[in-house]
Ligand binder design. Structure first.
Ligand SMILES: NC(=O)c1ccc[n+]([C@@H]2O[C@H](COP(=O)([O-])OP(=O)(O)OC[C@H]3O[C@@H](n4cnc5c(N)ncnc54)[C@H](O)[C@@H]3O)[C@@H](O)[C@H]2O)c1
Length: 251
């Protein structure tokens, strides 16, 4: 028996990085994957690769900051599958580096809209379906910077801190409906989102210095944690913070 056999799973931000790797792993563990993103071409390619490997995947365009688009996406998934067992709220943006006094309200609002409101909307829409079908697991991708502050990244930290505490509020409310809600807090992971930072040798070396295990993380380091939270193996885990950071926050 595979770890996610026949589970209907929605993964946002699935066209790239952590989301794409998670989608591939979920499909290899028997899940039906609904991969949602705004990068349509890349998302379709990820789904084609999954299908070529014998997995089940469908690409759906979804801007996570739009309630209207969430409603349409959910209608399609329920039409196709009748249920949703797992939601991975993974879509996110960096939000830009600025001192707080130089942040524009637009820049702040955009980061919050994707990283925080997107998680709220996904949870709101999908939990409504899960409640009717007996429960499920919601996994919200926060960051180490939802636990500690980052210099010049206040909108990102604020949005990821919101994801952390929203997760706890949702876990308390939805426990009675057999819906588990947990957050994941990756450290510095080599993905397109982090690429600009990691290309700069000085920055890369500094980030490695901040990481006790002495290297930048990979998508593989994170995806197995997400798989555990998605599977029934984590049945007693809700409202928790799953930190996968090479020890950054242990200092
Ligand atoms: N890479 C890191 O170091 C790191 C560390 C901690 C947390 N994270 C978080 O992990 C998650 C995945 O990031 P990643 O590093 O794989 O980055 P990535 O850029 O490779 O992937 C993010 C995906 O989200 C999608 N996306 C962006 N805005 C969207 C929107 N409005 N609607 C739908 N999809 C949208 C992008 O198109 C992209 O495919 C993010 O939430 C990120 O903040 C990343």
């Amino acid at each position: 028996m595979k770890r996610l056999q026949d589970k209907a799973t929605i993964i946002t931000g699935g066209s790239s990085g952590i989301g794409a790797a998670t989608a591939q792993l979920f499909a290899s563990e028997g899940a039906q994957v609904y991969l949602c993103d705004i990068q349509d071409e890349k998302g379709n390619l990820v789904c084609e690769e999954i299908i070529k490997e014998g997995g089940k995947a469908t690409y759906l365009h979804l801007d996570v900051s739009s309630e209207n688009e969430w409603t349409k996406t959910l209608t399609k998934v329920v039409d196709l599958n009748g249920r949703v067992d797992v939601l991975v709220n993974n879509a996110g943006i960096g939000g830009g580096l600025n001192n707080i006094e130089d942040y524009s309200v637009d820049q702040w609002d955009k980061t919050m809209a994707v990283n925080a409101t997107g998680v709220f909307l996904g949870t709101k829409c999908v939990a409504t379906v899960m409640r009717k079908t007996g429960g499920g697991s919601i996994i919200n991708i926060s960051s180490v910077y939802g636990l500690v502050g980052v210099n010049r990244g206040a909108s990102y930290s604020a949005s990821k801190g919101a994801v952390r505490i929203f997760t706890k509020a949702a876990s308390v409310q939805y426990s009675a409906d057999n819906i588990r809600v947990n957050s994941v807090h990756p450290g510095f992971i080599d993905t397109p989102q982090a690429a600009t930072l990691l290309r700069n040798k000085e920055v890369r070396d500094h980030l490695i210095d901040l990481t006790p295990v002495g290297r930048i993380g990979t998508v593989d380091d994170v995806k197995y944690g997400i798989l555990y939270l998605a599977s029934d193996e984590s049945a007693y885990m809700t409202g928790s913070e799953f930190v996968i950071d090479g020890g950054i926050t242990a200092r």
